[in-house]
Design a protein. Structure first.
Length: 799
C-alpha cells in the first residue's frame, strides 16, 4: 500500500502499487490459507542432526541424552554428555492444606510414541482433596514439557507446590537465568550468569524467572515456563532458590510457598525441562569466519559468513519482502563469487513495519505494508508498542505464517542459505486471541510469554532450510540463552547486553572487557559447549563508546583487550564496532594453524592443572593441541606488562617442546624457550594476549608409563633416565631395570637416575630399560624400550 501524496509518482512508486495491492478482506492470502512448513509440527518429523525418540522400558532416549522416568513422569535420572547428573529423582511436591505429606502419583503410562515425540500420563493416587494429572511430553531434541491439570473442591487449599531438581555437586557449578520483562520495563539485565555460591542451605534466592539453567562447562539442565499464573505469593522474592547440601545442589522452583493458598476448582500449569548440550557442534565450526577477508587460496578450509542488514534489500525497515527480487538473488550470487559460503539476510522475529518512508536509495515516498493494514493489529502484542512506524508482533499469531512464507521464497527464488534472526524471543503479551495472558487474583489481566509458539516457529524455520535449502544455518541473535528453541539455530550471536556497561565505563582509559566481564560469565553465557551452538561475540564499541572515547575503533588496545578473553574461551567474533584489522589478523593466525580439523582438541584454562604451571598470577592460558603442535593463547588480565613463564612439563607429560614462534609475528623467529625443561618465557603487555605456536615431539607411552629418556636407537652410556606416569595412574611402587638389573625401587618417581654403561647387557643384543609400576589398585603396568650404547662414548668418554 502506497500513501497518496500530491507529487508526481516515481516509476518505483508505481511499480510498488502494482506489486503490493491492498488485501481484499473477503479473500484469504495463500500464505494464510496454506501455511508453510507445518510438516515440522507433525509428531513423526525429526529434524537434523537429531535422531528419533526411543522409549526403552521407563527411559526416553534422544541424541546425547537419556531421561529415566519417575513420579509424575518427571525424570528420576538424566544422562547427558556421558554423565548421570541428578543426585535424586526430580520431585513435584504438592502438599494440600494441613496434609502431612505431598500428593503421590501412579506410574507414568505411555500415551503415544512417534519418531518425534513420546507422551506419558500420570495421575494422583488420592482423589481427596485434590486431583492431579500430568501429561509429560519428550521430543527428539531433548525438550520436555509437563502439563499439570489440578481439580480441587471449592474449599481446597495448598500449603506448598514446589519442583525440586537435585543435581550432583560436581555438575552444579554455574547458573544462568532469563527474567521476564514486564510491560514498561527496561530489557537491561534481562539475563544473568554466575557461579553457584559456596556454603550450605539457601545460597542463591531470586524471584520468578522464565528460564533457569544449572550446570558445568560441558552439561546441565534448564527449567522454563511461559507463565507465573497460580504462583503465590504473587511475584514474591524467594520463589526460586538454589539450596546447597553436602551431597547435592537443589534448584527449587516454588510455585506456591504460602501455606493455605486457595486453589480454583480447575487449574492448569505448564513447565519444561531440557538437558544440555542440545546437539553436537557443527563439523569444522572453528574454521567459520564472520566478516573480514580470508583468501581462499591461503585458507581453503575457512568458511566465510556474511550478514546482510535489512537496509540493503528491504523496502522499509522490518518488512521481510525484497525490494527487488533479482537484486536480492544477485546479492547471494555475488557472495559465492567472492568466496562467502554462508549468507544471512536479516529478519526481526518480533518487529513489523507499520509504514514509513522507503529506504530505497534515491526514492522519497511512504510505503505501508498491505499485510499490516489487513492483519497487523491482530498480530501485535497486548499492550502494543507505542505509536510509531514499528509494531511489536508475536509468533503466536498469523505473523509467523507470513514471515515463514517470505523465508521460503528467499530460499527458492533467491538462493538464500542462512538467516539472521534478531530480537528472537517473545515479549510480554496479554492477548487472549494469541493464547496469552491470564486474570490475576484482583481480576487484572497479566501477560505471559509465548515460548511454545516461538519454539514451533523455529521448528518450521529449520524445516524450510532442511527441506528446500542445505541445513539449519540460522544465526540467532539475542542477549540470552533461550533453551526451549535455541537448538534450531547453529549460531548464537551474543554480547549486545554489554552495551550499557561499555557506555557507563567511567574512563579515562577506554572500556575493558577483561575488567567488565568476570571469567564465570564467559564460561557460562559466552561459550557454546554446554549448548552445542557456535558462539559469536558482537563487540559493543558503538556510538556511545565512540563519542566518549574518540578513535576507539582505530586503536588496537581496546579490541585486543576484548580478544584476549574471546580467544581464551574459543569464541568467534563478528568484527563490527571494533578494530576489524586486529580481529582478522588474530583469526588468520588460527586459520593458519587450522583449528577446525578433527584432530585438534581445545584445552581451556580451567581444565589444565588449575593453571599452576603458569606464572605469575593474573595470566590465563588456553591452547589448541594436535599430536605434534600447540597454539597457545596467553592472556595477561592485569594492568601491568608481565614476564610470563609456562612450565609445559606440568601439562605435557609425554611430550617435549622442540620449537616455539610468535603466532602473530612468525618472522621474528623463536620465542625465548628453554626446551630442555619444557618451559617457555615471554612478555605479555597489559590487558593483552600473545599467540604462541609450539612444535612438539612425543614421548612413547605404554600402559600409562612415560619414558622421556633415554631416547633414540643409540644412546650415551650414562644417559639420564627420566620416567613419569600419566595423571590417572596412582603409583604404589615403581621399579626401574636395566637389562634385568635393578637400578631403582621406591614409591616415588625417581630423580637423578642414569644408565650404568653396559650393566647386565648381552653381547650382540640390544640393551633394555624396563619400568614396572604397581598402582594403588594392585595392577602391574610395564613399559620397556630397547637401544644400543654408543661405543664411542663408552670407550672414549667426554670429560
Amino acid at each position: 500500500m502506497i500513501e497518496r501524496i500530491d507529487t508526481p509518482k516515481s516509476a518505483l512508486q508505481r511499480e510498488y502499487e502494482r506489486r503490493f495491492p491492498s488485501i481484499d478482506p473477503n479473500e484469504v492470502p495463500d500464505w494464510l490459507a496454506n501455511p508453510v512448513a507445518m510438516e515440522a509440527l507433525d509428531p513423526d518429523t525429526v529434524l537434523k542432526p537429531w535422531t528419533p525418540v526411543e522409549v526403552v522400558d521407563r527411559s526416553v532416549r534422544v541424541w546425547g541424552r537419556r531421561y529415566d522416568l519417575g513420579a509424575w513422569g518427571l525424570p528420576s535420572q538424566i544422562e547427558t554428555a556421558g554423565q548421570e547428573i541428578l543426585a535424586a529423582p526430580i520431585r513435584l511436591e504438592i502438599v494440600p492444606k494441613g496434609a502431612p505429606e505431598a500428593v503421590t502419583s501412579d506410574s507414568a503410562t505411555l500415551v503415544d510414541r512417534f519418531d518425534g515425540r513420546a507422551r506419558f500420563r500420570s495421575a494422583s493416587l488420592d482423589q481427596v482433596p485434590l486431583t492431579v494429572e500430568v501429561i509429560s511430553t519428550f521430543e527428539y531434541d531433548g525438550f520436555s514439557r509437563f502439563d499439570l491439570s489440578l481439580a480441587a473442591h471449592e474449599q481446597s487449599a495448598v500449603d506448598r507446590m514446589e519442583l525440586v531438581i537435585a543435581i550432583k555437586p560436581e555438575y552444579a557449578r554455574f547458573f544462568n537465568w532469563v527474567r521476564p520483562v514486564w510491560p514498561g520495563e527496561s530489557r537491561e539485565g534481562r539475563t544473568h550468569s554466575g557461579v553457584i555460591p559456596d556454603g550450605s542451605g539457601d545460597v542463591y534466592v531470586t524471584d520468578f524467572k522464565l528460564i533457569f539453567w544449572i550446570g558445568d562447562h560441558q552439561r546441565g539442565i534448564a527449567w522454563f515456563t511461559e507463565s507465573d499464573q497460580y504462583w503465590w505469593p504473587f511475584r514474591q522474592q524467594g520463589a526460586i532458590r538454589i539450596v546447597r547440601h553436602p551431597d547435592r545442589v537443589e534448584l527449587r522452583i516454588g510455585m506456591i510457598t504460602a501455606p493455605g493458598s486457595p486453589l480454583p476448582t480447575a487449574a492448569t500449569l505448564s513447565f519444561g525441562l531440557m538437558a544440555t548440550p542440545i546437539k553436537p557442534l557443527p563439523e569444522g565450526w572453528r574454521n567459520w569466519r564472520f566478516g573480514g577477508q580470508y583468501d581462499s587460496r591461503l585458507y581453503p578450509h575457512v568458511v566465510n559468513h556474511e550478514v546482510h542488514w535489512f537496509t540493503r534489500w528491504q523496502i522499509v525497515p522490518h518488512y521481510p519482502v525484497p525490494r527487488d527480487v533479482d537484486a536480492f538473488r544477485e546479492l547471494f550470487a555475488n557472495d559465492r563469487r567472492s568466496g562467502i559460503q554462508r549468507s544471512y539476510p536479516y529478519l526481526d522475529v518480533t518487529l513489523m513495519s507499520r509504514g514509513t518512508n522507503v529506504i530505497v536509495p534515491g526514492e522519497d515516498f511512504v510505503f505501508i505494508p498491505p499485510e499490516y493494514v489487513a492483519f497487523g493489529r491482530d498480530w501485535e502484542i497486548d499492550p502494543p508498542r507505542e505509536p510509531g512506524s514499528l509494531a511489536r508482533v508475536t509468533t503466536a499469531s498469523g505473523w509467523a505464517d507470513f514471515a515463514l512464507a517470505q523465508v521460503k521464497s528467499w530460499i527458492l527464488e533467491a538462493g538464500a542459505n542462512g538467516i539472521y534472526l534478531d530480537e528472537a524471543s517473545p515479549r510480554a503479551d496479554m492477548s487472549a486471541e494469541h493464547g496469552m495472558g491470564y486474570l490475576d487474583h484482583t481480576g487484572k489481566r497479566q501477560p505471559t510469554f509465548a515460548l511454545y509458539a516461538t519454539r514451533d516457529f523455529y521448528k518450521r524455520l529449520a524445516y524450510l532450510f532442511q527441506e528446500y535449502g542445505d541445513g539449519i544455518p540460522a544465526l540467532f541473535h539475542h542477549g540470552s540463552v533461550d533453551y526451549p528453541y535455541i537448538g534450531f539455530a547453529d549460531i548464537i550471536l551474543t554480547g549486545e547486553s554489554m552495551e550499557g556497561a561499555i557506555n557507563d565505563w567511567p574512563g579515562p582509559d577506554p572500556p575493558s572487557y577483561i575488567e567488565l566481564v568476570p571469567p564465570e560469565r564467559w564460561q557460562t553465557q559466552y561459550i557454546g559447549k554446554q549448548l552445542g551452538l557456535v558462539q559469536v561475540m558482537l563487540p559493543q564499541f558503538k556510538s556511545g563508546a565512540m563519542q566518549r572515547f574518540p578513535g576507539i575503533l582505530q586503536q588496537s588496545g581496546p579490541t585486543r583487550d576484548m580478544l584476549a578473553m574471546v580467544l581464551l574461551h574459543d569464541i568467534h567474533v563478528w568484527p563490527i564496532w571494533s578494530n576489524a584489522r586486529v580481529v582478522v589478523d588474530a583469526y588468520r593466525v588460527l586459520a593458519h594453524f587450522n583449528t577446525g580439523t578433527s584432530d585438534v582438541v581445545f584445552r581451556p584454562y580451567w581444565e589444565t592443572a588449575a593453571q599452576e604451571w603458569v606464572s605469575p598470577d593474573g595470566v590465563l592460558v588456553s591452547y589448541y593441541e594436535r599430536p605434534r603442535e600447540i597454539m597457545a593463547i596467553v592472556t595477561n588480565t592485569t594492568k601491568q606488562s608481565l614476564d610470563v613463564t609456562l612450565d609445559w612439563a606440568r601439562v605435557l607429560k609425554n611430550k617435549e617442546i622442540t620449537g616455539a614462534v610468535d603466532g602473530e609475528q612468525p618472522v621474528l623467529g623463536k620465542v625465548n624457550a628453554i626446551f630442555r625443561e619444557n618451559k617457555i618465557t615471554l612478555t605479555v603487555g597489559p590487558r593483552d594476549f600473545r599467540l604462541v605456536r609450539i612444535s612438539l615431539d612425543e614421548y612413547p607411552v605404554v600402559d600409562g608409563i612415560i619414558i622421556k629418556s633415554p631416547r633414540g636407537a643409540v644412546v650415551e652410556p650414562n644417559a639420564p633416565i627420566i620416567v613419569d606416569v600419566e595423571p590417572d595412574v596412582s603409583v604404589n611402587e615403581i621399579t626401574v631395570l636395566q637389562n634385568g638389573m635393578e637400578l631403582y625401587r621406591g614409591s616415588a618417581i625417581p630423580e637423578e637416575l642414569r644408565l650404568r654403561g653396559t650393566i647386565g647387557g648381552i653381547k650382540g643384543e640390544p640393551h633394555r630399560l624396563t619400568v614396572i609400576v604397581l598402582d594403588k589398585e594392585g595392577k602391574e603396568r610395564r613399559h620397556e624400550i630397547a637401544f644400543d650404547i654408543d661405543p664411542v662414548r663408552l670407550y672414549h668418554p667426554v670429560p
